[in-house]
Design a protein around this ligand. Structure first.
Ligand code: GDP
Length: 455
């Protein structure tokens, strides 16, 4: 799930990262790529429009232009907006004040309702609840049997009419009739008598949305007054997701969404559209055929997964903490005005880098760092100490204008910092490169971010 979308977005951000400052044209090009990636992933058009509109507005604001690393800031905005599209806060199941809590499932046939009923029963049981499953899907010949099988596997009791016996009697719970509304009502009543604290009602689905189905679901809802109506939707159905969700919203209404088959290789559009279109939160994701393939849905974690972000957010937070905003602003102003980046600035940046803690750990948080693993492994953190010692052994005049550092000055600096003249030469060379890079950035092209990190 989401692989193609993830790859496309990653490529977009990679293109963006090669830029220092971002022009409006850069941002628009990025937005265009994001829009195309989302549409190709089957995300609903209105959702895409709203999303890209928000990202564009924020990306063009001071939030980005004033940021130390504009490209990262844009990624951060995309992430935040994505969390929003996925529902923002994690929404957990709501339980009734007086038991039993009634949870009704609705959705098309094959959406994964019965499978989810079993998983939810199992999940609730593990949380210490005493759920009862109610088989109110009397449409499909073997639906009742299927729920009974799932229930047994989950170790959860089931309230069901005997299959093939329309006015049959349930072995455990007494007589029921072949009317799904009555089955549902009796199921809830039975749960109350037997002190089950949660009732999960499985209802019938049709292959397509139809009026009879909606009316039956609405009748079951009215008869049982559920605390939660969960709309189960197959994440693989792509563009149809929106129309289906809308139809169920109008026909039965629902309080939350369950995404099923999230383990498939669908493009993910349904997942990204359904909350945006209906305003209802996603509560669970069903990710396989096993009883335990169920996840509580966390919008923030899902967004990170889609963006393949590793722990970039933590990284950005640390960077924000470590970099003194005022100093960074001064530095940016200096570079923009065409003034040269000096060794004194270089030293300040080194210290800021040190504030960020272990360099290795920091680099390790970046996603897609596979190819750079060797470089990371070989990075010597003491390097920062050596650089600092050398710069500190220079006079203020030398720091301002390294060109005056001739052979005898180099030897003095080496002695003063406990290093060799080769070390001093290397540092000066690296600094010169960093300075060149900064000039390039000031001209509006070139390399972003933190000079001095090269080496
Ligand atoms: P219902 O008609 O809505 O009750 O749907 P079912 O629960 O019978 O599911 C329809 C089919 O989808 C069955 O073959 C299930 O095994 C399968 N299924 C349900 N949930 C998932 C899931 O999360 N992942 C996968 N891979 N298959 C699922």
């Amino acid at each position: 799930m989401f692989n193609t979308l993830s790859d496309r977005l990653a490529q977009t951000f990679k293109n963006l990262r090669t830029k220092g400052r971002l022009s409006e044209a850069d941002i628009d090009a990025t937005i265009r790529e994001i829009r195309r990636a989302l549409l190709d992933a089957d995300v609903a058009v209105p959702v895409v429009r709203e999303f890209t509109g928000q990202v564009r507005e924020r990306a063009l604001s001071a939030e980005v232009s004033g940021a130390l690393n504009p490209a990262q800031q844009v990624v951060k905005i995309v992430n935040e907006e994505l969390v929003g599209v996925l529902g923002g806060q994690t929404r957990t199941l709501r339980f009734a004040k007086t038991a039993p809590t009634v949870i009704m499932l609705a959705g098309l046939q094959g959406a994964g309702k019965t499978t989810f009923a079993g998983k939810l029963g199992h999940w609730l049981k593990e949380q210490g609840h005493t759920p009862l499953l109610v088989a109110a899907d009397l449409q499909r010949p073997n639906a009742v049997t299927q729920l009974s099988v799932v229930a047994e596997r989950a170790g959860v009791p089931v309230f069901a009419p005997h299959p093939g016996n329309q006015s049959g009697a349930d072995a455990e719970y007494g007589p029921v009739i072949g009317d799904p509304v009555a089955v549902a009502r009796d199921g809830v009543e039975t749960a109350r008598q037997r002190q089950h604290d949660v009732v999960i009602i499985d209802t019938a689905g049709r292959l397509g949305v139809d009026e009879l189905l909606m009316r039956q679901a609405a009748d079951i809802r009215d008869a049982t007054q559920p605390d939660e109506v969960l709309f189960v939707i197959d994440a693989m159905i792509g563009q149809d997701a929106v129309a289906t969700a809308k139809a169920f919203e109008e026909g039965v209404d629902f309080t939350g969404v369950v995404l099923s088959k999230l383990d498939g290789d669908a493009r993910g559009g349904a997942a990204l559209s359904v909350t945006g279109v209906t305003g209802r939160p996603i509560l669970f994701a069903s990710t396989g055929e096993k009883l335990t393939d169920l996840e509580v849905f966390h919008p923030d974690r899902m967004a990170s997964r889609i963006l393949d972000m590793g722990d970039v957010l933590t990284l950005i937070e640390q960077a924000e903490k470590a970099f003194d905003a005022e100093q960074a602003a001064q530095m940016a102003a200096k570079v923009e005005s065409g003034q040269d980046f000096t060794l004194a600035d270089f030293l300040v940046q080194m210290q800021q880098l040190r504030n960020m803690g272990s360099m290795k750990k920091m680099l390790g948080m970046l996603p897609g760092m596979g190819q750079m693993r060797d470089a990371i492994e070989n990075f010597d953190e003491r390097e920062v100490d050596r650089i600092e010692a050398i710069v500190r052994s220079m006079t203020p005049a030398e720091r301002e204008n390294p060109k005056i550092i001739n052979g005898s000055r180099r030897a003095r600096i080496a002695r003063g910092s406990g290093s060799t003249t080769t070390d001093v030469n290397q540092l000066l060379e690296r600094f010169e490169n960093a300075q060149k890079m900064m000039r390039q950035v000031a001209r509006g092209g070139g390399v972003p971010g933190m000079p001095g990190m090269g080496g």
